[in-house]
Write a protein that binds this ligand. Structure first.
Ligand code: ADP
Ligand code: MG
Length: 679
């Protein structure tokens, strides 16, 4: 049998079963071989049932005292209990709905049992155990793989089918060149699959998994590398660097060392003649905007336009202001293009963009709409990248003459995931906050303390500071009553907070102009306390805010909480963040603890990733991330790095075997990607 053969050839696969298997993606022999066990049962672990935890699965050897009793409970439900003697202690085996077992066991005989230990009412039970006569244990003690159940397919089918497949003269393509395999001490593919599905001992499984993980990691790296390798020469001619230093010196503050390094990276990119593709990753408040401004200024000095794409309209407006402020003495022109412009204004601005009368164009996704024509686009900057799919990124860069690209990521993502998602980008990190920032003091409280917290918030406001109160929902939800919403919290606070403090309520359902005017008022200090949804998660930059209260904090992801918290502590005042939750679940408390104890976004992202897994982290689909099977990228940094080196070797090699391997892998890689729809 061959890897790509249809499963029809396997015994017991008729049209119905084949359909059930196809539903979970198993169509070929290779698919079935790649259906890895979810765990293994090792029945060679014996123990004293008294000293085992409830629910732990163990083996024990016991004597059957008599042939047991069947107890009928309504209908055809039954419990069969079998009295056992284990080392002079009595216990019983309990089986559900298997009355026929009454006739199976023999009195005074020894059996091995493997099952869950249950303790209660002074008795010990082993429930639904697997068993075998001690005189003839057969395969009982072999390591047994357990597969995830598939609807409409009996549990016994997969092991049986795999056995049949393996018995046959199974051909498994081994394309990985021998030099790599022996160099890395890897099993060949057939042995690896055999070790995974039919292990003799635990070490076999480990070796098998090692080989398969290596395949996955290598494949990912090769896929990334192939796109990164397509070096594209840039026709954008940047050679005037002389204006850069004076502009940087004119900024209202000195750049941090990290910011300087990013500028150096960017300048090096622009000088090397290739299309720049750089990710700038920096924690909230680390100062990425000014990097974008400097880049845009450099472009303008060389006669090119820059498009800056923000994830929301509010952010686009906000950045528009920052850019205009920082560029005001340079003569560089800035326009903001958003969906809310009046048709006439919009037409006018777009005309100026097309004629090259505007150098920096700031907007939302509206910027990638067909109707925007650029005069001479040189650089595309995307902010808060995780909100844009890969496709949007490439759509924008397809405008104009292969513009340079720069991606600003405020949401820190785990390093390993960055390697996968942005493997095709060069990365600069901003690893420090501007001078003078004090770490935000973070606390977690029950809602019962809200009154006290609000007292604290008022104290801060009495010193002239501003504050945020964040709710997950806009309005009360009938199903999720306990989750706080901006509308009712706003009304509550109007009662609770001294009316001399000015309050407002901000959320995504307001009209653009309303949102804009509230934000403007808040920016200018005309609002003291803003009740808002996570809409303020990115982009609001008011150094005077010193407190943030996050209600129903359990509803937010860790990275999101970190991002929200980043809206305070942007000035020189000591700032505070209160996470308020009534949830008592261990999971919530663990997550709150991560935020309370960590200030570093990347660390938080790692924890988030561990708790939620990559699937949830931010829709797989949007990113075209290949499906990961056994590989857990947060724990496999060494493997990802090693396979990256090997991928480089493969790409450099002119050896026939290596080149064939490369082509095979890339073919299958693109097939995987095509399988995942990009929205
Ligand atoms: P983010 O990285 O989250 O986008 P911003 O670019 O919004 O951060 O910057 C956060 C704040 O820090 C802004 O008020 C900005 O003016 C200020 N800032 C940026 N760089 C510096 C610096 N080197 N020194 C002092 N303040 C800075
Ligand atoms: Mg920003």
């Amino acid at each position: 049998m061959k890897w790509e053969d249809s499963l029809d050839k396997v015994k017991g696969v008729g049209p119905k079963r084949s359909e059930a298997l196809a539903k979970v993606g198993i169509k070929t022999v290779g698919n079935l071989l790649s259906y890895y066990p979810k765990k293994y049962i090792d029945r060679s672990v014996f123990g004293d049932p008294e000293h085992f935890f409830e629910d732990q699965e163990i083996s024990l050897k016991a004597t059957v005292l008599d042939t047991g009793r069947v107890q009928r409970i309504r209908g055809n439900l039954s419990i069969f209990s079998l009295p056992l003697l284990w080392e002079n202690k009595k216990l019983s085996a309990v089986f559900f709905n298997q009355p026929y077992l009454k006739h199976i066991f023999q009195e005074n005989q020894d059996y091995y049992f493997y099952g869950r230990i249950k303790k209660g009412y002074g008795s010990i039970k082993i429930t639904n155990p697997q068993f075998v006569k001690a005189s003839n244990p057969g395969v009982f003690f072999e390591l047994t793989p357990v597969y995830r159940t598939i609807q409409g397919v009996p549990g016994s089918f997969i092991p049986k089918a795999l056995k049949e497949i393996f018995c046959d003269s199974l051909e498994i393509p081994e394309s990985m060149p021998e030099v790599i395999r022996s160099g890395e001490n890897l099993l060949d593919m057939k042995s690896a699959l055999k070790a995974i599905h039919f292990p003799d001992k635990a070490e076999d499984v480990i070796l098998g998994i090692q080989r398969l993980k290596f395949n996955e990691a290598l494949k990912i790296n090769m896929g990334i590398m192939s796109s990164a390798r397509e070096k594209r020469y840039s026709e954008i001619d940047i050679n005037l660097f002389t204006g850069l230093e004076p502009f940087v010196n004119s900024l209202p503050y000195e750049l941090t060392a990290s910011q300087r390094l990013v500028i150096d990276d960017m300048v090096a990119d622009l000088k090397n003649g290739q299309v720049m593709n750089r990710l700038v990753q920096g924690d909230v408040g680390s100062g990425k905007t000014v990097i974008a401004v400097i880049a845009a200024c450099l472009m303008a000095q060389n006669g090119y336009q820059t498009a800056y794409m923000a994830p929301t309209e509010i952010l686009a407006q906000q950045h528009g202001r920052s850019f205009k402020e920082l560029l005001k003495n340079t003569g560089v022109t800035v326009a903001v293009v958003t969906g809310s412009l009046k048709a006439k204004e919009r037409r006018e601005i777009l005309k100026q963009v097309a004629l090259g009368q505007v150098s920096v164009i700031i907007g939302t996704h509206a910027l990638i709409q067909q109707s925007v024509a650029y005069y001479n686009l040189g650089l595309v900057i995307t902010d808060e990248q995780h909100r844009f799919g890969v496709k949007q990124r490439s759509q924008l860069s397809s405008k104009g003459n292969q513009p340079h690209t720069m991606v600003m990521s405020a949401t820190p993502i785990p390093r390993t995931l960055a390697l996968i998602l942005y493997g095709d980008l060069a990365v600069s990190y901003i690893d420090e906050l501007p001078k003078g920032r004090k770490p935000i003091k973070t606390y977690c409280y029950n809602e019962a303390s809200l009154h006290k917290i609000l007292g604290f918030v008022q104290d801060e406001m009495s010193k002239g500071r501003q504050s945020f109160v964040i709710c997950p929902f806009i309005e009360a939800s009938e199903e999720l009553e306990a989750v706080r919403d901006t509308e009712s919290v706003y009304l509550e606070l109007l009662q609770e907070i001294d009316p001399k403090y000015r309050m407002a309520c901000l959320h995504g359902r307001l009209k653009s102009e309303e949102k804009e005017s509230i934000i403007q008022a808040f920016n200018q200090g005309r609002i003291d306390c803003l009740v808002a949804t996570s809409i303020i998660e990115v982009g609001i930059d008011v150094p005077n805010v010193s407190t943030m209260v996050i209600l129903s904090a359990e509803r937010f992801g860790l990275s999101q909480l970190h991002q929200l918290r980043g809206r305070v502590g942007r000035g020189n005042h000591q700032s505070y963040c209160f996470l308020v939750t009534n949830s008592k679940s261990d999971d919530t408390l663990a997550r709150m603890k991560v935020i309370v104890n960590n200030r570093n976004g990347r660390k938080i992202a790692d924890e988030d990733f561990k708790l939620r897994g990559p699937g949830d982290y931010f829709g797989f689909k949007q990113h075209g991330l290949p499906k990961l099977g056994l590989l857990n990228p947060t724990e496999e940094l060494a493997l990802i790095k090693r396979t990256k080196e090997i991928a480089e070797l493969i790409f450099e090699s002119h050896n026939q075997e290596m080149m064939t391997f490369k082509n095979d892998v890339l073919k299958s890689f693109y097939f995987d990607i095509a399988d995942i729809s990009l929205t």
